[in-house]
Design a protein around this ligand. Structure first.
Ligand SMILES: Nc1ncnc2c1ncn2[C@@H]1O[C@H](COP(=O)(O)OP(=O)(O)O)[C@@H](O)[C@H]1O
Ligand SMILES: O=P(O)(O)OC[C@H]1O[C@](O)(COP(=O)(O)O)[C@@H](O)[C@@H]1O
Length: 341
């Protein structure tokens, strides 16, 4: 990295949980920056790299063929100490000394809180790019990684269905999402799950074993013996899918098996949807910098690139898709009576 370069210098980092497509976003940021005559400095391990001055130049040749890999070539991390004022001040000092005028943060809501925190101590532009499998950021219809996580969960649910059907078993498949049910809802619909337990639904009607057993038995009455596959969002039952299936077996003698998908949902080749979304958002981030924008996240709404104030991304909430919920509950629910009878 030449200290005498006259090109505008952009910083980039990936922060929080890695998400499939983050590499595609990095690639887009670098290619767009070069296209517009800028150079890119990448900080390794998220905000840790900003504090430790752990950085490297990122050029087109470094990112050309990374689209097909999940993870992130510049590493990610959770960095609790970044919440301290001294950390933001140190990051600001390091950015200034490196001559960086704008920073692209690829991550989730925590990473954007971090970006906002930094903006209180640094004058440069900050642009967020939504990278999280959870899809829990306000202002964008999709986040990078969400499509892949749903596809992986759907694939697992399809496989579980084979064995569940063969042995007439109940399966509880636990999916990620932190405190949001987007992965749970979409994968449940895509795989035809009989039931889904999502954080947003739990608020009004928390799951009880009695209600679950009643539903399982009613489905059996309606359809005859067969499989029953339930999608359980993480953190929605004490002890998760394992404890819940043990309780069903012990207390109700129901053959039941748990399956925890865990971090499998963050690996493997990103879907085309995620690669293209990441590419569009990464380029948009650089174009927002050129327009002089700051403290915004780039997002997608109805197929169009949009910009959202960073603070809105975590202070406001996108609801679950009401039509998908209606269809799951009223039309695909095996024990609902016909609307016309
Ligand atoms: N309130 C905050 N102030 C400053 N930095 C924060 C704040 N919240 C999160 N961060 C930083 O962002 C990082 C990533 O946040 P985290 O919630 O772990 O992941 P994600 O960005 O995927 O939601 C944290 O480890 C921390 O460094
Ligand atoms: O990888 P970790 O640190 O165990 O965290 C697991 C969490 O990360 C996620 O996979 C992604 O969350 P973030 O994008 O907010 O980091 C969540 O779905 C899950 O709850």
């Amino acid at each position: 990295m030449s200290e005498t370069s006259t090109k505008q210098r952009i910083g980039v980092l990936t922060s929080g949980g890695d998400a499939p497509g983050m590499n595609a976003a990095l690639r887009a940021v670098v290619l767009a920056a070069e296209h517009y005559g800028m150079e890119v400095v990448a900080f390794k391990h998220g905000y840790e790299g900003l504090l430790n001055n752990e950085h490297l130049p990122l050029k087109a040749a470094d990112v050309l063929h990374v689209l097909q890999y999940s993870g992130t070539i510049i590493k990610s991390a959770r960095c609790p100490r970044f919440k301290e004022v001294e950390s933001a001040q140190l990051a600001a000092k390091n950015l200034t000394e490196l001559g960086i005028s704008a920073l692209v943060v690829i991550g989730g809501d925590g990473s954007f809180r971090g970006a906002h925190h930094l903006s209180q101590h640094w004058n440069g532009q900050i642009i967020g790019v939504p990278g999280t499998i959870d899809n829990d950021l306000y202002g964008t219809d999709a986040t990078i990684g969400y499509s892949t996580a749903v596809a992986i969960a759907m694939d697992a649910l399809d496989k579980i269905r084979d064995t569940a059907d063969a042995m007439d078993r109940v399966f509880i498949v636990e999916v990620m999402g932190r405190h949001a049910g987007f992965i749970g809802l979409k994968s449940a619909m895509a795989a035809g799950a009989e039931r889904m337990i999502l954080p947003e639904l739990q608020k009004d009607k928390p799951l009880t074993i009695a209600a679950l057993v009643k539903h399982i038995k009613r489905v059996e009455e309606v359809r005859g013996a067969g499989s029953y596959v339930m999608v359980l969002s993480e953190h929605q039952w004490p002890g998760g899918a394992v404890a819940l299936s043990e309780q069903l077996e012990a207390e109700y003698s129901m053959p039941c098996r748990p399956c925890l998908l865990g971090h499998i949902q963050r690996g493997g080749p990103p879907t085309a949807t995620d690669r293209v979304l990441a590419s569009e958002l990464g380029v948009h981030a650089i174009e927002l910098i050129l327009q002089g924008k700051t403290a915004v996240m780039t997002g997608i709404k109805a197929g169009q690139m949009v910009e959202v104030p960073l603070v809105d991304t975590w202070t406001k909430k996108n609801p679950l898709d009401a039509n998908l919920l209606r269809i799951q509950h009223e039309i695909f629910n095996p024990v609902k009576k016909s609307a016309r009878s």
